[in-house]
Ligand binder design. Structure first.
Ligand code: ADP
Ligand code: LRH
Length: 492
């Protein structure tokens, strides 16, 4: 019999991909059938996602996938599209890095103090959380005309199936969900004047989410029926489900792509004031888990440096730069990779230099030193998130798993092991697609068991690389001290 095949649509902030996972006789084979860039577009002053371009990539990917048992969709979090009464999209979804949320958090805080917002939703303060985007959009003709709000993966799912739903793991990033109940927080929505009836009903990973529409089948050459299954539609929820942890191991995870999402998995949220001040989030995961983690700026900083150097005609070759960074002076200067000053696009090398100057450290002298500064800083931020997660939750860990594109970056993995003083297991880079595939496979009966069983299957079948820490903790402590302070929740 031919193996069961599951198509994972995984839209990250830097690229979209369609990956087919095939399961047969305990083996799991992944094939990337299509990858396409995700390039935001500025129209006037507003930064948008190119939603139709991304959807075209999804259709091209499904065509390349060929016959599949089902399809699952995950994307980045917090953003949404608005639909009118006929189901048509009202304007292109706005990018979370757009400046429209500047200054909005303070206005929201005047209505609902940050302490109360955190106690109700457990979400880390990030200026672009959906509640702040909705507050920024309040009274605009688009939001006034909207009859429905679909988060990005739910919008893709709606276009493919005609069925509207709100998948819970991603809904938890809106800051409108109570992580204790897994349901909407009516109190928060009412206080902020947000109409919850805009959101279609909640669904959970593993729930059916419709079937590909006849016109989608015609576009992709697939033969129906092809069901769409809800997965952890927040890419980080799928990536954490795809962490290849050994059964029973006490692990922290770092999902490193455009962002670094570093933390641990819990059964219940931590909603303490201490946790809020440490900027820790309680997002909901697959199977009722809680992703207790901190958002760290991630490889975005490096991506933006490369974009800047390219625009200046300096060209870049990531491998060469990483080789240069590997032999550059360690920890010469570090910046706070959690600082929201790095969120907006543009002029990144200059902003890094400025942060070094401000903290009395030497400015990187060339591109390789800048890359070293970025990677040392990320490793330092990884360490502080892993330490804080343990302290705030009372759970200890023995190993750190790095998944996502950054798992390919050997220097980053090595530095993270050194900074954390823990072994790092790196891979798979496509953990989000794997988590997506396996949640679909479980819903279809092709695999069974708990998250822990899924992870142990990944541990058995995926190529992984292990990094042992050096015993030099002192230089990391000294580097941390150079950027100490200013790390508390920015909207306190
Ligand atoms: P996202 O899902 O947010 O779009 P990814 O998980 O695809 O991001 O990670 C993309 C990042 O991974 C790139 O910006 C790059 O820094 C890193 N990366 C990917 N492949 C490699 C590689 N071969 N060597 C070093 N870094 C890599
Ligand atoms: C990573 C991610 C992250 C969110 C950010 C907006 O792709 O989903 O978990 O915080 O994008």
């Amino acid at each position: 019999a031919s193996p069961a095949a599951f198509a994972a649509v995984d839209l990250g902030a830097s690229s979209g991909r369609v990956i087919v996972g095939r399961l047969a006789a305990g083996a799991l084979d992944l094939e990337e059938v299509h990858r396409f860039p995700n390039r935001p577009v500025r129209v006037g002053r507003t930064l948008h996602w190119d939603m139709l371009g991304l959807y075209r990539g999804v259709l091209d990917g499904l065509r390349a996938a060929g016959p599949v048992t089902s399809v699952g969709i995950d994307t980045w979090a917090v953003d949404y599209g608005l639909l009118d009464a006929s189901g048509a999209l009202l304007g292109n979804p706005v990018h979370y890095r757009d400046a429209r949320t500047e200054g909005v958090a303070a206005k929201v805080a005047a209505i609902l103090p940050p302490e109360r917002l955190y106690a109700a939703t457990g979400l880390q303060y990030l200026p672009f959380n959906t509640v702040y985007q909705l507050a920024a959009a309040q009274g605009t003709p688009q939001l006034t005309a909207a009859r429905r709000l679909l988060l990005i993966p739910d919008l893709v799912s709606y276009w493919l199936t005609g069925v509207a739903g709100t998948e819970l793991t991603n809904a938890s990033t809106t800051q409108l969900i109570d992580p204790r109940t897994g349901d909407w927080s009516v109190t928060v929505a009412d206080a902020l004047g947000i109409d919850l009836s805009l959101f279609p009903p909640l669904r959970r990973p593993g729930d059916p989410a419709g079937e590909l529409l006849p016109e989608v089948l015609a576009e992709t050459g697939l033969t129906g029926p092809v069901p769409v299954t809800a997965v952890g539609s927040h890419d980080t929820a799928s990536a954490v489900a795809g962490v290849p942890a050994r059964t029973g191991s006490r692990f922290a995870y770092i999902c490193t792509g455009t962002w670094s999402l570093a933390g641990i998995e819990l059964d219940t949220p931590v909603l303490t004031e201490e946790s809020r001040r440490a900027n820790f989030t309680n997002e909901l995961g697959v199977d009722g888990t809680v992703r207790f983690l901190r958002n760290i700026m991630g490889l975005w900083i490096l991506q933006e440096c490369l974009r800047d150097w390219e625009a200046e005609g300096l060209g870049h070759d990531l491998d060469r730069l990483l080789r240069g960074a590997a032999v550059a002076v360690p920890l010469r200067s570090v910046v706070d990779a959690g600082d929201s000053a790095f969120i907006a696009p543009g002029g990144m090398p200059g902003r890094i230099a400025e942060a070094c100057r401000r903290t009395g450290q030497p400015v990187p002298r060339d591109a390789a030193e800048t890359v070293r500064c970025v990677l040392d800083s990320l490793a330092l931020a990884h360490r502080s998130a892993v330490e804080d997660a343990q302290r705030l939750s009372g759970r200890e860990v023995d190993v750190v798993h790095i998944v996502g594109g950054g798992a390919h970056n050997e220097l980053l993995c090595r530095l993270t092991a050194d900074a954390c003083g823990l072994p790092v297991v790196a891979g798979p880079a496509e953990a989000a697609a794997l988590g997506n595939v396996l949640v679909q496979a479980r819903a279809a009966g092709a695999v069974s068991g708990s998250l822990s069983d899924i992870r142990s299957l990944l541990h058995r079948t995926q190529p992984l690389r292990q990094y042992e820490p050096s015993d030099d903790r002192n230089s990391w402590d000294l580097a941390a001290a150079r950027i100490a302070g200013g790390k508390e929740a920015t909207c306190a």
